[in-house]
Design a protein around this ligand. Structure first.
Ligand code: AMP
Length: 436
């Protein structure tokens, strides 16, 4: 029979690599706590229309990459029968913010999340169909200060701290402002006009975008289109005074905090909900898919999905890519883990009663040691001594031998692999001995 494999674009994460994933998640949790963020967990699937309206019909994510299906069993009273695996988490968080009326508290909501996201993209290194994001959102009513440029700068400063704390050296922050919705509309018209005489020479995607969403032409990666894109007007010249002032304040706060950045006029990002500040952190170790994380301000998102005015700013980090970067910086970043001791019950396969006695005794000993906080691997009394030693040497710092004699005398034989020394240890002193 043909065997099963993980579906293309999805993958299994296994030890020891998963230790690195846990390390990334624990570090992120620690930093989020330091900045007073609380965790939010939203469902993995939502109404399709949440993403269509929240992320934007014209984005690649919604137009091409959604994993969606019809659920006809849904009650007629529910919104629609089309459901979708979340391709990102901001729309879900803002939906939860609206549904639970979090804005009523009058306080800024500072929420972080971690979890899988799903996009039907062409799989390659660093790009998967199920991938993992760690993200955060700062959102609230305007009177809570949610529009303040200080919030943008604080989020960026937090990200710089998080990447530093993870040991990701050499990251680069690229930043831009896409202005208010009105600025963007104006810029889109300017771009449309500027594209008209040249778009015939550009790629098919650009020809389509020039009509539907000219801003997205700036995202084009086709080499032949680049010289044309370089001549297009810059969005910075379409910003109104308020947007310019806001952006200048974000940059000034970053300067004051000593967070280095590069301005990138073409950074408009793929999601429609962004306004004003947009940013990306990149890393050279990642190759073609070099974005570690992306984010920005989304002052109109809540209203776009039927909520109250609730400006916000957030980001999503690609956890897969953080792990890839850590591995590229240090190939030994997730060494196989060793327990403190391996308990080897020593039985005789021909004497089932005796075998059961040493196995049972070994479990009782393992329980005692583990409850004292030690990490223990437990062998099996049917193994020959040589096999136990080989298994222990791979998994543990020490081996504890437990045969019928040891069970009765309470004196155990312990070998420390690093030194090769074998010691007799009374059971009452074992915990202390193994802790050294
Ligand atoms: P986005 O939600 O598109 O702004 O992406 C935010 C971050 O998520 C990116 O910078 C990547 O690090 C990561 N990311 C997005 N799509 C994928 C994917 N298909 N596979 C792996 N990581 C991804």
């Amino acid at each position: 029979m043909a065997t099963f494999k993980a579906v293309r674009g999805t993958r299994d994460l296994l030890p020891p690599e998963t230790a690195l994933w846990s390390h990334v998640e624990e570090t992120a949790r620690r930093i989020f706590a330091r900045y007073n963020f609380g965790e939010v967990r939203t469902p993995i699937f939502e109404d399709t229309s949440l993403f269509a309206r929240g992320v934007g019909e014209e984005t690649d994510i919604v137009s091409k990459e959604l994993f969606r299906w019809q659920d006809r069993s849904r009650a007629a009273s529910e919104r629609d029968t089309s459901l979708t695996l979340r391709p990102e988490n901001t729309a879900g968080v803002v939906r939860a913010y609206i549904e639970h009326q979090l804005g009523e508290s009058g306080q800024l909501q500072k929420l972080f999340y971690m979890g899988p996201q799903f996009r039907r993209e062409r799989p390659q290194k660093g790009r998967y169909r199920q991938f993992y994001q760690i993200g955060a959102e700062v959102i609230g009513p305007p009177h809570a200060g949610s529009e303040s440029p200080l919030r943008d700068a604080e989020v960026l400063e937090m990200l710089a701290t998080l990447l530093d704390e993870l040991g990701i050296q050499g990251w680069r922050l690229e930043i831009n402002s896409v202005g208010s919705a009105a600025d963007r509309a104006r810029y889109n018209e300017t771009l449309r006009a500027a594209l008209e005489p040249v778009v015939g020479q550009m790629c098919e995607d650009c020809q389509r975008r020039a009509v539907t969403n000219p801003l997205r032409v700036l995202d084009c990666k086709v080499p032949e289109d680049q010289p044309i894109i370089d001549t297009l007007p810059k969005i910075a010249d379409s910003l109104d005074d308020e947007s310019k002032f806001h952006f200048a304040a974000v940059l000034a706060a970053l300067d004051a905090a000593g967070v280095a950045y590069t301005r990138n006029h073409r950074l408009v990002r793929g999601l429609d909900y962004y306004t004003r500040t947009t940013f990306e952190f990149t890393h050279g170790g990642l190759g073609a898919q070099n974005a570690l994380l992306g984010g920005g301000r989304y002052d109109g998102l809540s209203e776009a999905i039927g909520g109250p005015r609730a400006p916000g700013i957030g980001f999503a980090m690609g956890e897969d890519r953080l792990v890839l970067t850590l591995q590229s910086l240090d190939p030994n970043s997730a060494p196989a883990q060793r327990v403190q001791a391996y308990i080897a019950p020593l039985g005789d396969a021909r004497n089932p009663d005796a075998l059961n006695r040493v196995n049972a005794g070994a479990l009782a000993l393992a329980r005692e040691l583990r409850r004292a906080g030690l990490s223990i691997e437990l062998g099996d009394g049917s193994f020959r001594l040589k096999k136990s030693f080989e298994a222990a040497d791979k998994a543990a710092a020490r081996i504890v031998i437990l045969g019928e004699d040891e069970l009765q005398s309470g004196i155990l034989t312990v070998k420390t692999f690093a030194t090769g020394v074998q010691t007799k240890v009374p059971r009452s002193e074992l915990i202390q001995f193994l802790e050294q």
